[in-house]
Design a protein around this ligand. Structure first.
Ligand SMILES: Nc1ncnc2c1ncn2[C@@H]1O[C@H](COP(=O)(O)OP(=O)(O)O)[C@@H](O)[C@H]1O
Ligand SMILES: [Mg+2]
Length: 437
């Protein structure tokens, strides 16, 4: 008996564990998920365990991305078998487990030292759920995931309009990702150096003591051998979590022509970042509100682009420039055999919380962006305008007679602020989209 659209799966077909294995798993589930016969093993012995099935998405090194499948008698309660599955997954270090008695199907994922349920459905009607299951543990999904997993990702945050929340997005997204255990590097490419300031690196009282002017992003781009990322990076204390920053400097402006004369300055950052790809999970690049060399370098170097926008008319009109710019840079990337920039979408920022502004205005603005510019709006990740978000960068510290900047990430400044939740939602979405695990 083969299950297909005309004969949907009926759990009553399975009268014992063997039949759950043969009728549901072997004849339907494994083929539907893209596992050919050579890619799974039944009754697989592994150390002291005997697994019902092991589906192998990655033959070589990424054993963790495989799937353990355990079949139970239709009368058995799956709750009684979670411990066993958990033992298998944790000891063998396999990331996914599927547990079924034919009536019910559950998928678990290993997260650190425990397993968590990530999917549940009934055996009856499984045909309607198979695409969701495929997206989680299908052969293709796991193969793609593993190829990309553990590879450092670069995200540029860019809009050619100023004041839309780029810097605010970079620093708080970076801090939130760091809090979630990711290793993050921030690169400030804006001569305004707002990110450098907001990460607490401008902690010298006067210009005489400027510790940044001889070692910043300009030097990284200016020298092909010297000034590696390692040599230029600073530890920031604007959050209680680890954060590395490549600072910017107001001098960047006057050096733009000089860098423009050097062919390698547009591509050197790609190479220098490659040298530290084992150290970081994600690099966030803050950019100037212009189409200048530094914005160019950011877009040539990046894998992904996030576009913060307050969705007001000027910012929207600016999106046309952003699109043109991306197109032009993509042309250049082609020569470098780099794939086109992957656009993560428009992030609504500084959105008014006033009731009068209301849902309908916001919805209209978001619709306009999508219709006119064909860029997805990240509707589930709105960053609202909140005082806390502006205030946390303005914190100062008195040292003797001096008042020194002491900016804080939003969750360190006010853990109860709603902005904290908003950035957590954003961090989660970005992690998912760029494949951080
Ligand atoms: N969501 C927000 N709520 C309140 N103030 C914000 C918010 N986002 C940005 N700001 C403030 O708006 C100004 C511009 O933001 P910024 O992030 O520096 O924009 P950009 O980097 O695009 O120029 C800053 O003073 C910042 O503190
Ligand atoms: Mg800025």
């Amino acid at each position: 008996m083969l299950i297909n659209q005309t004969t949907p799966f009926d759990p009553n077909f399975c009268r014992n564990e063997r039949e759950v294995e043969s009728k549901l798993i072997v004849s339907y589930l494994l083929p539907a998920l893209g596992y050919e016969i050579s890619m799974w093993q039944q009754e697989k012995s592994y150390h002291r365990f005997r697994l019902d099935f092991l589906a192998i998405a990655n033959q070589q090194k990424h054993e963790t991305d495989n799937v353990i499948i355990e079949a139970k008698h239709p009368d058995k309660n799956l709750n009684d078998h979670i411990d066993q599955l958990s033992q298998y997954m944790l000891h063998i270090n396999v990331k996914y487990g599927l547990l079924t008695n034919g009536r019910e199907i559950r998928i678990y994922q290993k997260v650190n030292d425990e397993i968590q349920i990530i999917f549940h459905c009934f055996g009856r009607g499984i045909e309607g759920k198979i695409d969701e299951i495929k997206a989680l543990i299908g052969k293709k999904t796991l193969t793609i995931q593993s190829k990309d997993n553990g590879v450092m990702k670069i995200v540029a945050v860019y809009h050619n309009k100023g004041g839309v929340g780029k810097t605010t997005t970079v620093i708080n997204l970076a801090a939130t990702l760091s809090k979630q255990g990711k290793k993050v590097l921030i690169i400030d490419m804006d001569s305004q150096a707002n990110t450098t300031f907001a990460t607490g690196l401008v902690n010298f009282g006067d210009e005489e003591k400027d510790t940044l002017k001889d070692n910043n992003i300009y030097h990284v781009l200016r020298h092909d051998e010297l000034f590696s990322i390692k040599e230029t990076v600073r530890k920031s204390r604007f959050t209680s979590y680890d954060m590395d920053v490549i600072p910017s400097h107001i001098h960047l402006m006057k050096h733009e022509n000089e860098l423009n004369q050097l062919d390698y300055s547009k591509v050197i950052l790609i190479q220098k970042l490659k040298a530290v790809q084992e150290q970081y999970d994600v690099v966030l690049i803050d950019t100037p509100p212009s189409l200048n060399l530094y914005a160019r370098v950011a877009l040539i170097t990046t894998d992904y682009l996030l576009i913060p926008s307050d969705l007001k008319p000027f910012a929207n009109e600016g999106l046309e420039n952003v699109k043109e710019f991306v197109k032009e840079i993509d042309g250049y990337r082609k020569f470098l055999t780099r794939s086109p920039i992957k656009i993560l979408g428009v992030l609504p920022t500084k959105i008014s919380t006033h009731a009068k502004f209301g849902q309908s205005t916001l919805q209209n603005r978001m619709n306009t962006v999508e219709e006119r510019y064909q860029i997805e709006v990240l509707r589930d990740c709105i960053i609202y305008e909140r005082d806390d978000l502006a205030k946390c960068v303005e914190q100062t510290l008195e040292v003797g007679e001096l008042e020194i900047a002491d900016p804080r990430a939003i969750f360190d400044y006010n853990p109860k602020s709603k902005s904290v939740d908003e950035f957590e939602t954003l961090a989660q979405l970005i992690s998912q989209r760029i494949g951080l695990t």
